[in-house]
Design a binder for this molecule. Structure first.
Ligand SMILES: Nc1ncnc2c1ncn2[C@@H]1O[C@H](COP(=O)(O)OP(=O)(O)OP(=O)(O)O)[C@@H](O)[C@H]1O
Length: 315
């Protein structure tokens, strides 16, 4: 069952205090079916608290939390839990068991029968690239292999909502790519994915929306395009051409690196992008133009820095 609004998760004006520590304040959050949602923020910003509230491990101090139309912290939510997958940060397993045994153990906890669980576990171990080592004890696994096992555990039972805390920590570049392909595949099957991460480079093309948290408050939220519009940061145009190119640029286009003659970068405000492109296209000594829009990392730094600046101005 979903809420009457069709949202998979709804948090309304949620506040969470731990013994006087304000971890979250006035938080509104809606997650839709089949979207990948990035949750970003500094250490202690409140990301894990949001995940714990969605999992029903803690209760909000005030406000409403609804997951598939139910309060996850209330009793009788076994059915609800079967729809959730969770990968925690710094995952650890019982080291003496093999990868297969660990996964089967979790499958049984989720209520899968013995016969079905073996088949499902084998398929998942293959999917995360652990098929060949599934008979080895977990104590012999590398950090990345443990992380892959954690991901397989989170995918058990074909969850409709997947919560992943730092899922790519310890994964090599190929395994990280494989991970994002798995996420893409799940999204297309209608699974909603929440991704908490400090590793921002490369994430933006896989997420539909993001929320940036600072000290428990929402600093910005929306699609990458919406965040770019809110931040209003300039794009960087990288120009390549013949020596002496800088002399041909109109005066208002000031290079960031004026000493380089044949290759240079200029910062262009968002609203002037198209006009600048038209102007540059008319300069024959320019051979190539690369446009770099503000990355998720740039946006994150902008919003977090702005928040700190505001706080220090108030002190
Ligand atoms: N059980 C607890 N008791 C007291 N304070 C807590 C407790 N759990 C979290 N906090 C505090 O709540 C705030 C938010 O913590 P949370 O773990 O949600 O942050 P986070 O964004 O997940 O951080 P990180 O990126 O470091 O994992 C922090 O100030 C933290 O110290």
């Amino acid at each position: 069952m979903m809420s009457h609004t069709g949202n998979i998760v709804e948090l309304q004006q949620v506040e969470k205090k731990y013994q006087g520590v304000k971890a979250l304040q006035s938080l509104d959050l809606n997650l839709h079916k089949g979207e990948v949602f990035g949750l970003f923020g500094h250490n202690g910003a409140g990301k894990t608290t949001i995940i714990k509230l969605i999992l029903g491990l803690i209760e909000a101090t005030s406000g409403q939390v609804s997951v598939f139309g139910k309060d996850p912290a209330q009793a009788g939510t076994r059915e609800l839990r079967a729809k959730l997958g969770f990968l925690q940060e710094n995952v650890s397993f019982y080291d003496q068991l093999t990868g297969m045994e660990v996964l089967e153990y979790f499958a049984r906890l989720k209520g899968t029968s013995c016969k079905r669980s073996r088949k499902e576990c084998f398929g998942l171990l293959e999917q995360v690239g652990l098929k060949d080592v599934c008979g080895r004890r977990v104590k012999t696994y590398s950090k990345g292999m443990r992380q892959r096992l954690g991901l397989a555990q989170a995918l058990l039972g074909n969850p409709r909502l997947l919560l992943l805390d730092e899922p790519t920590v310890g994964l090599d570049p190929i395994a990280t790519q494989d991970f994002y392909h798995t996420i893409d595949h799940l999204k297309h099957q209608g699974c909603t994915v929440v991704l908490c991460s400090h590793v921002l480079p490369g994430v933006e093309k896989y997420i539909d929306r993001a929320l940036i948290l600072g000290r428990g408050a929402v600093l910005a939220s929306g699609s990458i395009e919406q965040l770019r519009a809110q931040a209003n940061l300039p794009s960087v145009f990288q120009l390549k051409g013949r020596p002496g190119l800088s002399k041909e640029l109109p005066k208002e286009l000031c290079p960031l690196d004026p000493n380089n003659n044949a290759s240079m970068r200029i910062a262009v405000p968002m609203e002037e992008r198209m006009q600048t492109l038209r102007t540059l296209a008319g300069i024959v000594s320019i051979d190539n133009i690369d446009i770099h829009l503000p990355s998720l990392e740039d946006l994150y730094t902008h919003f977090i820095q702005g928040h700190y600046d505001q706080e220090s101005a108030l002190c």
